[in-house]
Design a protein around this ligand. Sequence first.
Ligand SMILES: N[C@@H](CCC(=O)N[C@@H](CS)C(=O)NCC(=O)O)C(=O)O
Length: 222
Amino acid sequence: MITLFQITGSSSFAAHAALECAGAEYEVVNVHPQRRDEAPGFADTNPLKRVPALRDGDVCVSETGAVLMWIADRFPDAHLAPPVGHPARADHYRWITWCANTLHVGWWPVMVPRAYTPEESAWPAMEAQGREAMTRHGQHLERWLQSHEWLAGDHPGVSDIYVYMIAGWGSYYEDLQIGGDAVADHYARVGALPGVARARERDDLDERLKRYHPDLRGGQPL
Ligand SMILES: N[C@@H](CCC(=O)N[C@@H](CS)C(=O)NCC(=O)O)C(=O)O
């Protein structure tokens, strides 16, 4: 049995959506963000106590990109990644890695500048630089999606789901859009996948990835 440790509406959403798209049998353990020690098995699965973390038999996987690649390889019939050796496999590796090392972390100066410095006066400049960087990353994505339906190969895959989640967080900011029409169309295509729609519902998220109940995680008050 696969166990996904998650915090609803957080970075674990992509893993949840990938498991749904894969048709996997799995259970979720809802981790309370402020009481992470209470989730049985969580610290053993990811000593950093960050989500997503996945246990698959004796295997423990954490880090969003790694979890997504694990799920894609574990369920090859779901075509969530081009096969090993296929030229599009290179795009799969590239986009997953880019999401993990650029797009995902690109949000942090915008969302949590205080994590970088306690100097409150520096936060606005940090946020402004972060927004500029996110705009550039959106342009990079836009260029690729202007000529590609999916990020890697002919099927929607885990790299599409990762980008969907990270670009979707742009809806928290009315004045910051990631990419242009091609990214928006891709967002709509990925969001319409039945597995993604089911995960959204289970994570209590609307179509813009906003929480219906911002003060709840896994049904529990924050
Ligand atoms: N690099 C990690 C980041 C995941 C992450 O930031 N998870 C958040 C929830 S959105 C978390 O658990 N943060 C707690 C912490 O960093 O201590 C990944 O890609 O999985």
